[in-house]
Design a protein around this ligand. Structure first.
Ligand code: PMP
Length: 392
C-alpha cells in the first residue's frame, strides 16, 4: 500500500518557516506565522488564563466525558459573546477543535444538506479555507476582495457574488481579514447582506481575531447585521488568538437560523463530530468559559486583550509613519488603517524571497506580514529593507 504514497509537497508556509529557522542572522525577523507576540518576542499565556487554570486545577474533580457537543457552558458563553440577545434562542452551538475544526464541521454539515452547493472564498483569503471545504467534498470558487491599491473592491466582490446560485455559501471574515487586514465598513456589510438575501446565499462568518483591532462590539456589527437580515448564518469561531489558547484547540461552530429545527441541527452536528473525533478537548473550553462568565476574570481578560490590540494598532501607525516618504501622501497609509494582525506588502513572491535572503525578513510568499510579530525597535530595520526593495 505504501508504495503509492505521493511525493510530499512542502506546505508553502512551512517551507518559508523552515528557511527562517535555518537563518543564523541575529537580526532576522519572523513575520510569518499568525501568533501574537509581545515586545519581548514572546507569545505569552494571558494572566487571566493562568488564573482560570489555577482555579480549574483546584476545583475540577473529574475528567469524565462531557458529550458530543463538548462543554455546554462554554457553548452558551460563546453564543452570548457572538450573537445578539434576541438571536440566542435560535442559535445552535457545538464546541470544536479550534476554529479549523469549526470550519470543517460546518463544511461537512453543508455537504450533508446540500452537496452541490459551491463555497465562495475571498481572493486573497485564508490559505486553509479552500482545502478544508474541498476535503469536505464541496466545490469552491473565489470572489475578488481587493483593488490594485489594496482597498476593498466592493463592486467586484458584489459582481462576482451575484453570479452565485441560490443555496451557495459565502465565506466572510467577521473582522481582521486574513491576510489583508481590510474589513468591510458598516454600509458595505449592509449592502452585502441585501445581496445575500436577494440571491438566497448563506454566509459562513469565520471569526478568528475578535477584539484584536477594535472593541468587540464594533467588530461584531457586520455579523449582527447579517444575523438580523438573513434566514441562516453559519459562524466558525476560534479562541486561539484573542485568548491565546492556540495549542488548546478551542473553538465552536454555530448555526443561527430562523427555522425551528435547532434539535435537528444539533443532531447532525453531533453525528459529524462522532464519526470524526467524537468529543473535543475540554481544557481550553473550560478556561474560555471562565474568562467569559466570571466578572473578575472577564475584566482581566478584556484588559489584556485591549493591551494587545493597542500594541498592534500602535505598531501599525509607527510602521506606516516610518515608511512615509512624501509629506502629502503615504502609499503605506493602509498599514495604519489595517485591522488585526496581518497586512500585505506590495511585493511579488520573488521580491519576498529577496526580502528574506538579503535582509532576513520573513513573511509569506504572498506578501503577508504579521504585524503582531514585530518589536517596535525593529521598525527602522524593516522600513529600510522595504525602501531598498521598493527602489529596485
Ligand atoms: N480562520 C482564520 C481566518 C484563521 O486565520 C485561522 C487561524 N490562523 C483559523 C480560522 C483557525 O483557527 P485555529 O487556530 O483556532 O484552528
Amino acid at each position: 500500500m505504501l508504495h503509492n504514497l505521493p511525493i510530499p509537497q512542502p506546505d508553502p508556509l512551512w517551507a518559508v518557516l523552515s528557511k527562517m529557522e535555518q537563518d543564523q542572522r541575529n537580526d532576522k525577523l519572523d513575520l510569518i506565522v499568525g501568533v501574537y507576540r509581545d515586545e519581548n518576542g514572546v507569545t505569552p499565556t494571558m494572566q487571566a488564563v493562568q488564573l482560570a487554570e489555577q482555579r480549574l486545577a483546584n476545583e475540577a474533580t473529574s475528567k469524565a466525558y462531557k458529550g458530543l457537543s463538548g462543554n455546554t457552558l462554554f457553548n452558551a458563553s460563546m453564543t452570548g459573546l457572538l450573537v445578539p440577545n434576541g438571536a440566542i434562542a435560535k442559535t445552535t452551538t457545538i464546541q470544536t477543535v479550534g476554529g479549523t475544526g469549526a470550519l470543517r464541521l460546518l463544511f461537512d454539515f453543508i455537504y450533508a444538506l446540500s452537496p452541490s452547493a459551491t463555497v465562495w472564498i475571498s481572493n486573497p483569503g485564508y490559505i486553509n479555507h479552500e482545502p478544508i471545504a474541498q476535503k469536505a467534498g464541496l466545490k469552491t470558487k473565489t470572489y475578488p476582495y481587493l483593488d490594485s491599491n489594496g482597498q476593498l473592491d466592493e463592486a467586484a466582490m458584489l459582481e462576482h457574488l451575484s453570479m452565485a446560485k441560490p443555496g451557495d455559501v459565502v465565506v466572510l471574515h467577521g473582522c481582521c481579514h486574513n491576510p489583508s487586514g481590510v474589513d468591510l465598513s458598516e454600509p458595505q456589510w449592509k449592502t452585502l447582506a441585501s445581496l445575500l438575501a436577494s440571491k438566497q446565499l448563506t454566509p459562513l462568518v469565520d471569526i478568528a481575531y475578535l477584539g484584536l483591532s477594535d472593541t468587540m462590539e464594533n467588530e461584531l456589527k457586520g455579523l449582527h447585521h447579517l444575523i438580523g437580515s438573513l434566514e441562516t448564518v453559519f459562524i466558525a469561531a476560534s479562541c486561539s488568538k484573542n485568548m491565546g489558547l492556540y495549542c488548546e484547540r478551542t473553538g465552536c461552530a454555530m448555526v443561527v437560523s430562523n427555522t425551528s429545527q435547532q434539535p435537528a441541527i444539533r443532531s447532525l452536528f453531533e453525528q459529524i463530530a462522532r464519526s470524526n473525533y467524537s468529543m473535543p478537548p475540554e481544557h481550553g473550553a473550560a478556561i474560555a468559559h471562565l474568562l467569559l462568565s466570571d466578572p473578575t476574570l472577564n475584566s482581566n481578560w478584556q484588559g489584556e486583550l485591549t493591551f494587545m490590540r493597542n500594541r498592534i494598532n500602535h505598531l501599525r501607525k509607527q510602521l506606516s509613519l516610518a515608511l512615509q516618504e512624501d509629506e502629502r501622501e503615504n502609499r503605506y497609509a493602509y498599514l495604519a488603517r489595517g485591522k488585526g494582525m496581518f497586512s500585505l506588502l506590495p511585493f511579488s513572491s520573488s521580491e519576498m524571497d529577496i526580502l528574506a535572503a538579503r535582509f532576513g525578513i520573513y513573511g509569506t510568499k504572498t506578501g503577508r506580514i504579521n504585524i503582531a510579530g514585530l518589536k517596535e525597535s525593529q521598525i527602522p530595520y524593516l522600513t529600510e529593507a522595504i525602501r531598498q526593495l521598493a527602489q529596485q
